[in-house]
Each structure stands twice: as C-alpha cells, then as structure tokens.
Design a protein around this ligand. Structure first.
Ligand code: 1GP
Length: 225
C-alpha cells in the first residue's frame, strides 16, 4: 500500500469526485478528522465508498465516530504528548465500555508523532512538536522495539515535512511500517516522500485542488495490459 487518501467526514464530496478518487491509482481510503465527527456523516461517507474494492480504514479519534460495520479500524496512539489521555487514557475507557464487542482482528494501532504545531490535532493532543531528527528517530525505535506498533505515523498535517527526517526514521524501522502524511500537494512531493515512507497519506489538497490530488495517486497507478 503506497498511497491513501484521507477523507474528512465533516466535508462533503460529490459522487463524481469520489468516483475519480476510487479510480485514481490510490490504494485505499482513511476516514478520519479532528472535529465535527458525527456518526451519520461517517456513515454517509463510508457508504459513498462502497462501490470500491479498495480498503477503507476508519480512524477512530472520537468514540462518536465508531461505525460497527467498518471493515478496518485504525487506532491512533500519540507518542509525543505528556497527556496520556491520547496515548492510552481514552483507549482504556473505551475498552472498559466495549471490550467484549471489539473486533480485534479488524483493529490496527498507529504510533503517531504529530509534528506541525499549528495543526488542530497537535493543539488538541498537546503534542510536543519541537523535536529534533534524533528525537523523532528515537520515537520510531520506541514504536518498533518497545511497543511493537505495526505503524509509525509521521503526521505533519497541513505542512510539508522534512524528507531528511522521514528518511532517518525509515532507516531504523524494519517491521513497523512508516506512514507519512502532511502537505503533499504535488506528484513531486508524493514521489519524494514515497521514497522513504511505506505509505503516504494525502488529505487537504483533495478539497482544494482535486487535479493535484489525483496526480499524487496517478504516479502509483498499476498498468493494466
Ligand atoms: C492528515 O496526514 C494527513 O491526517 C494528510 O495531511 O491534510 O496535510 O494532506 P494533509
């Protein structure tokens, strides 16, 4: 999986746009956002994607958005915060309520390092974004070797990150997959980050410049003979 689009349930996408995204060359979709996460909007978005065979991941950042029939759930675990509500607190509360009913085989956790201090998610989670390359590499090692997280997610949402830092993090990961998201607005940027990240995630640009968003996926399109 090289490319995923992240769709915000709080924003509407017309049917013809969804169809273009489905056929763009992307490998799948993440449904996720930071605010105004309501189940009816999540459900509507999820249903609008049913025509695709591509995987659809529901990234649960609020219990209000849990759609039980979703195929895959992604659970963010924020590593660079001292407010442990975002690392394990909310998780424990939810498991306490619903533990008997959680389809664990459909659940994947993501070790997040949130790196754009202006992003809503950084403010909400009180992320410590003032990090050096060495700090981030250490988080990558921690994700893989201490917590055995399947995904290490470098989240620069809203701004383009430093490819050298992504390269350094990728250099210390063997088992854990490196996901990169943030500020990808062109195929050149997509290609650059995809050199180091296992998967790149493209969000905002699809609401601002659809053609540019489609190009970020088109470079990964498999040729059919
Ligand atoms: C957001 O990582 C994604 O969670 C993608 O970021 O919206 O900046 O593309 P952008």
């Amino acid at each position: 999986m090289k490319h995923l689009f992240k769709l915000d349930p709080a924003k509407n996408l017309p049917h013809n746009v969804i169809a273009k995204l489905v056929h763009s060359g992307t490998d799948g979709f993440i449904i996720g956002g930071t605010d105004n996460l309501y189940l009816d909007a999540v459900e509507k978005l999820y249903e609008s994607l049913v025509e695709t065979d591509l995987p659809i991941f529901l990234e649960v950042s609020d219990e209000a958005m849990i759609l039980p029939e979703a195929e895959h759930f992604l659970i963010p675990v924020v590593l660079n915060t001292t407010n442990n509500k975002w690392t394990l607190g909310l998780h424990q509360e939810l498991i306490k309520q619903m533990g008997d009913f959680i389809p664990w085989k459909r659940v994947t956790s993501e070790g997040y390092v949130i790196l754009n201090k202006e992003a809503k998610a950084a403010k909400l989670t009180e992320a410590e974004t003032d990090l050096t390359k060495e700090d981030i590499v250490a988080y990558a090692r921690l994700a893989e070797n201490i917590f055995h997280l399947p995904i290490f997610y470098m989240e620069y949402s809203g701004t383009y990150g430093d490819p050298e830092v992504v390269k350094a993090a990728s250099g210390v990961l063997n088992e854990t997959k490196l996901w990169y998201g943030g500020g990808i607005r062109s195929k050149e940027q997509a290609r650059e980050m995809a050199k180091y990240a296992d998967t790149i995630i493209v969000g905002n640009v699809l609401y601002e410049d659809l053609e540019a968003a489609l190009e970020t996926a088109a470079i990964f399109k498999k040729k059919t003979v």
